[in-house]
Design a protein around this ligand. Sequence first.
Ligand SMILES: [Fe+2]
Length: 357
Amino acid sequence: MFSTEGFSSNYSLLYHIHPPTVIIRTGEPIDVSPKAATENILKHRCLNGFQINPNDDYLKSRKIVLFNNDVQITIAAPTKGMNDNVFYKNADADEVLFIHEGTGILKTQYGQLPFSYGDYLVVPRGTIYQISFDSPDNRLFIVESFSPITFPKRYLSKYGQLLEHSPVCERDIRKPQDLQAIDQKGEFLINVKKKGYLYPIWYGAHPFDVVGWDGCEYPYAISIHDFEPITGRVHQPPPVHQTFDANNFVICSFVPRLFDYHPQSIPAPYNHSNIDSDEVLYYVDGDFMSRKHVERGMITLHPAGIPHGPHPGTVEKSIGAKETKELAVMVDTFHPLKMTADALGIENDTYITSWIE
Ligand SMILES: [Fe+2]
């Protein structure tokens, strides 16, 4: 029985060959908690995400750049997958792995999720997984959520079905497949993340010894390319881009779409002061009509408290444009984010004055 919120929310039953409780030995916990590198949080920031150092160890490749008590935002350039007998479990947070570059397979107790460019892999906390990549060139944008990742309530029927006006629907959800039911005894290392520490725990049986499972708690994949944008005659507010919901933050997808079609519309967004949200934008691909000097893998942080908006010239340039090819992932948090030393190391610190004409 794998249950959540005590025994009062979603659960799954996994039918194991061996008991999942046989611990052989344990190692010293490793501190992997993020540390704030600066107290200066009222500043527009720009990080060059693709400057993060690649690492052949998947867990070490993950660099937390922004965090608060609700969410941790991580970028990673792993060059290799995990070894055969090594696994990972985040016991605190649901993980959303956004695949910017690379293909491979996320192997879990529930089966396998092949992934490619543009996939969101949604991994509920407690899921034991192993990741493999087809090549060394991988770029991941990872959101760790300390509350369950769900679809926005307004898109769900009272019984939980995604409604017709939702930008994603059940058809877009890919469930784990090809359950392997590996009947193997030996030493299997599960690195368990709990309250900022990574605990190495060796088990006596392969964790993917599940012959079948049923229930509503399982990892799944959904592609950003399947997100159907909501467009209008005039500017649609940012919530139309919302893809996932969580406690005190949201995840949004900006995808190629037609621009506003009122004859006098100005497609570029307004200057805005979203006083209750820090806005994090991760630039994936395409053109970005409201920004200049944008590169793939760039992250901007526009904190609550000071307004931001289109860069000079981009409003005029957007007039008459029919569509955008932009692709981006946004994380809006309702509490301020802190930055780590890894973030400061890839910061473009001239960004704050980039609105000067
Ligand atoms: Fe914004």
